[in-house]
Every structure is written in C-alpha cells, then in structure tokens.
Design a protein around this ligand. Structure first.
Ligand SMILES: *[C@@H]1O[C@H](CO)[C@@H](O)[C@H](O)[C@H]1NC(C)=O
Ligand SMILES: *[C@@H]1O[C@H](CO)[C@@H](O)[C@H](O)[C@H]1NC(C)=O
Ligand SMILES: *[C@@H]1O[C@H](CO)[C@@H](O)[C@H](O)[C@H]1NC(C)=O
Ligand SMILES: *[C@@H]1O[C@H](CO)[C@@H](O)[C@H](O)[C@H]1NC(C)=O
Ligand SMILES: *[C@@H]1O[C@H](CO)[C@@H](O)[C@H](O)[C@H]1NC(C)=O
Ligand SMILES: *[C@@H]1O[C@H](CO)[C@@H](O)[C@H](O)[C@H]1NC(C)=O
Ligand SMILES: *[C@@H]1O[C@H](CO)[C@@H](O)[C@H](O)[C@H]1NC(C)=O
Ligand SMILES: *[C@@H]1O[C@H](CO)[C@@H](O)[C@H](O)[C@H]1NC(C)=O
Length: 443
C-alpha cells in the first residue's frame, strides 16, 4: 500500500484565465506541508442543489429528522437481510454535509455526502443497470482516461465488501443500507480532485473508488448522490491520504439546519487540521487501524448542575469506546435507559408544560412561544468536557414546536447537531479527538 500512497498526491493549480489545469509535481509530503481545506455545504442549505425553496423550514427539519430516525432504525437487528448479501457499516442518514469534488479526466463535478460513519468513496456510474435520479450528470468511466478497474487478486480487493465479477476480471463492491437502498459496482482506481478554499485544487491520483452500476435508493434518501467516506477503514479518503496528511483532519460545521445564510462549513486536512489554543479539550479516540467508526468514551452528561453517569462494565464512568462520533448523523442517541434519565433531567430544568411532537419524531417538546431557557448541556468525554451549543440541543420540528434533538437508540452516536460550532480535530496518529468552541461561520 505504501507505494500507492506516494503516487497519490500532487497539487493542481487552477489557472482560471485559461481554464487549464496545470499539474505541478511537488513531492506529496512537501505539497501537503500546508495542508488544505475544502468547503462543505449542508444538504438543506440554500446553495445546495437539494434545497427546495418551496418547502417550509419545518418541513425541511422534519425531513432531516425522519432521515436521521430511519438511519437509527437501520441499526436494529434485522432478519430480512439476505444471508449472502454483503452487509455494510454505512450509518449516514443522507442528511449532513456535501462535499464538492471532481472525478476522472477530464474532471466531472460531483457532490457527495462527507461521512465519517463509512469508508468507501462511491458514486453512480453509467451504464446503469439501475440508477436513481440525480441532479448532476452521471459519471461515464469510459470517457475518463484515468479510470482503471482493479483485478480480483489485487491487494485493493480485500475488503469484506468486495467480490469478483462473474467473468472473474474485475473486483466489485456492494454496500447496503438497512432500509433497502444499496449500491453495487466496480472497484476502480481513478483521479479525484478536491477544490481547496485557497483557490488551488488538490488532485489525488489512483484513489480507490466504487463505481456503482446498480443503485437503489429509498424515497427519503433520494437526494444522496454518493458518499465520500471519511471513516477509519482502508478504503476511506482519510486512510488513502493517511501518510500525506499525517493522519489529521478536522471539520467545523455551520448548523445549516437553520439555513439563514449560505456560509459553508469547512473540512481540513494535514496541518490545516491542527486544533489547538484557548478552550481546546482532547479525548482519546478508541479506534483500531482500519475500523470504520471513530469511538469516544462518554463518561457522563450534565444537565445544568446535575451530572448523570453512564454506567460501564466496571461500574460508572462509561465503558471505553461507548459512543461513535459521526458527521453523517443528525441526532445524538443514547441507550434507552440512559436516554430516559437524560430526558427527565432536561425536563426537570424546564418549567413549562410538555407538548406532543405532531410528527412523532422526537420525544421532549415544548411550545416555542413559551420563553424556554434551555439548560446548559455538557458531554463529559474522557478528559474532555464539551459544552454543547444551547442553540442546537433543541430543534424546531414544526412551526412553533421545539424538541430535544436526542433520541434513544443503540449504538450511541454523537451527531452533527451536537457538534455545531465546534472545531473538531481528528488525529489518527496520536489517537485523539479535540474540540474547540468556534463560530464556524467565521472560519
Ligand atoms: C444562497 O445561495 C443561493 C444559490 O446560490 C441563492 O439563490 C440565495 O440567494 C443565497 N442566499 C443568501 C441569503 O445569500
Ligand atoms: C418541494 O416542496 C414542495 C412542498 O413540500 C413539494 O410540493 C415539491 O414536490 C418539492 N419539490 C421537489 C423537487 O421535491
Ligand atoms: C461544484 O464545483 C463545480 C466545479 O468547480 C461548480 O461548477 C459547482 O457550482 C459546484 N457546486 C456547488 C453546489 O457548489
Ligand atoms: C427521474 O427523472 C426522469 C426524467 O427527469 C423522470 O421521467 C422520472 O419520472 C424520474 N424518476 C423518479 C423515480 O423520480
Ligand atoms: C429498492 O428500494 C425500495 C425502497 O425504496 C425497496 O422497496 C425495494 O425492494 C428495493 N429494491 C430491491 C431490488 O432491493
Ligand atoms: C465502536 O462502537 C461500535 C458500536 O457500538 C462497536 O461495535 C465497536 O466495537 C466499537 N469499537 C471500539 C474500538 O470501541
Ligand atoms: C403555543 O402557545 C401559543 C400561545 O399560548 C398558542 O397560541 C399556540 O397555539 C401554541 N402552539 C401549540 C402548537 O400548542
Ligand atoms: C450556561 O453556561 C454559561 C457559561 O458557559 C453561563 O454563562 C450561563 O449562565 C449558563 N446558563 C445557565 C442557565 O446555567
């Protein structure tokens, strides 16, 4: 694998005047000494192609929550999964944040969900056995001079999701969501280009991608155009970049579930992803090389001055790696018993009458016209107390009703609403995650 990493990176400076991409051959390490940053846009923000201006804000939020809850349900044990299907670990709820990148030579622009809860980079490809409607044109690998399928004997064809084509020539993948949506196709190596915020684009050669020729999508997630996996597994973008970015990436998510403006969120790699300075706290990352999920240890939650301990195998304090941090999940979820305690503690702090959520998505809801003083909520990770932004611990599900943006579901997930306005830095070498309170619109 190491030799592939070395050929992976070079910078392409975009000479806009001539619309020509000039390829400069820096050494990969040198080229990335400064790191790079790309924009992320929330799926429901006004500059997303999936933004539906005739939807009301609450329709948009309710849809995002429904996707999130569908996604949480995918974790429930299901006996309907055919025994031979290649089950996947994708947990994205098709909400979340979109990354604009280009694939192939000449480059074709794509939008995909940037998802720390999965690995593979995949997109729909022609010819389609089945493709769902997408706003951007489909990628046609035959038109790309840099597209190359992978043989079944290749070391790149060793993930549990890989299989071999019937004629024995091509490595294939299959990823499947618990809700019936899936993508199947060829594993390939291809050039992908990320547009960095400094005006230069970053070209990643021989990146492993999944080219999906058979894709089925569900109604609620039909806007997903593919995924750029940022998980810990071997095929993810982060792992493919590992040595050139020193195992570091970070993001700062603008809470665009409230799309007042078009400010984009940021995803950074390498030295741009160092999180430090006033207010920074760090917690150990419980992850083994090539696991998909990034797990943290959550010891307790505080609501106001009341601290609720998670009980771990060794009593209180929470067992190691008991919560997954994920950029692709809207809500934060806890096991049922702990969720109940947490919800009661929040309810105790609010002196207004609860009302029902008419969409039946969330549990603890209030009338917005009551002037609710949302209690301070703090997540106590091992070694890192993170105060959640009070503006995003509740979401407005429908006009005039706000509900606690947490759910009862296992495994526990620390979702993106709770991560709003935090700069979150992943260091896969030091195995830490750092949080720093940040106004992400100002980055
Ligand atoms: C956001 O971007 C969209 C599309 O680019 C544009 O139509 C809209 O006016 C922008 N809204 C704001 C508040 O800037
Ligand atoms: C946009 O939202 C409106 C109102 O909910 C709906 O009628 C319409 O079908 C939606 N358009 C698309 C393209 O989804
Ligand atoms: C994505 O990038 C392409 C090429 O740079 C650009 O034309 C397109 O407008 C971008 N899309 C979004 C939604 O930002
Ligand atoms: C997909 O788009 C085509 C052409 O725009 C349209 O005829 C078709 O009904 C769409 N299919 C779905 C499932 O939305
Ligand atoms: C495709 O997805 C739909 C749900 O949108 C599901 O009902 C259907 O069974 C799926 N098709 C296949 C072939 O799995
Ligand atoms: C991370 O969490 C998942 C889901 O709870 C669990 O299956 C996995 O074993 C955990 N990994 C580590 C290293 O703690
Ligand atoms: C919220 O309270 C206001 C003022 O008392 C009332 O007019 C409104 O109907 C209530 N909304 C809901 C959804 O109960
Ligand atoms: C919440 O915490 C902030 C400081 O982080 C403090 O200024 C504020 O008073 C607290 N609010 C409540 C209701 O305790």
């Amino acid at each position: 694998m190491a030799s592939h990493h070395h050929s992976l990176l070079s910078f392409a400076a975009l000479a806009t005047t001539f619309s020509i991409i000039l390829l400069c051959s820096f050494s990969p390490i040198g080229a990335l000494n400064g790191g790079f940053t790309v924009d992320l846009i929330h799926r429901d923000s006004p500059n997303s192609p999936f933004y539906n201006a005739s939807e009301t804000h609450s329709q948009r939020v309710a849809k995002a929550l429904r996707r999130s809850i569908n996604r949480l349900n995918r974790f429930k044990p299901t006996s309907s999964v055919p025994p031979n299907s290649l089950q996947t670990d994708l947990i994205s709820d098709s909400s979340g944040y979109l990354l604009n990148y280009s694939v192939g030579t000449p480059p074709v622009p794509k939008l995909a969900i940037a998802d720390t809860g999965s690995d593979l980079i995949w997109l729909q490809c022609k010819p389609c056995i089945k493709c769902y409607n997408q706003t951007a044109p489909l990628f046609y690998p035959e038109m790309s001079t840099t597209y190359k399928t992978v043989s079944c004997t290749s070391s790149l064809c060793k993930s549990p999701y890989n299989s071999c084509s019937i004629d024995g020539t091509r490595c294939q993948y299959s990823v499947e969501y618990g809700d019936g949506s899936f993508s199947e196709g060829d594993i390939a190596v291809e050039t992908i280009t990320l547009g960095s915020t400094t005006g230069h684009s970053v070209t990643l050669r021989k990146t492993i991608i999944g080219c999906g020729h058979n894709n089925n999508d569900t109604v609620e997630s039909k806007a997903s155009t593919g995924i750029v996996g940022l998980g810990g597994g071997k095929a993810s973008l982060v792992s493919q970049l590992h040595s050139s970015i020193g195992g570091k990436f970070s993001y700062c998510l603008v809470p665009s579930i409230y799309p007042q403006d078009n400010t984009s969120s940021k995803l950074s790699f390498g030295s741009h992803a160092v999180v430090s300075g006033f207010g920074t706290v760090s917690t150990p990352l419980e992850y083994k090389r090539s696991d998909t999920f990034y797990n943290l240890t959550l010891e307790a939650m505080s609501v106001g001055s009341k601290r609720l301990e998670l009980s771990g195998s060794s009593g209180s304090g929470g067992s190691k790696g008991n919560i997954i941090i994920d950029s692709g999940s809207t809500l934060t979820s806890f096991p049922t018993e702990f969720y109940s305690k947490f919800e009661s503690a929040v309810a105790e702090e609010i002196n207004f009458e609860r009302i029902d959520d008419p969409s039946h998505l969330l549990s603890l809801c209030y009338n917005n016209s009551d002037d609710i003083d949302v209690p301070n909520i703090t997540a106590h990770f091992s070694g890192a107390d993170v105060q959640l932004n009070p503006g995003f611990t509740f979401v407005s599900v429908t006009y005039g009703i706000a509900c606690l943006a947490f759910a009862a579901s296992e495994p526990s997930i620390f979702g993106y609403l709770a991560q709003s306005n935090l700069l979150v830095g992943y260091d896969l070498v030091e195995k830490t995650i750092s949080f720093k309170p940040t106004d992400c619109t100002k980055l």
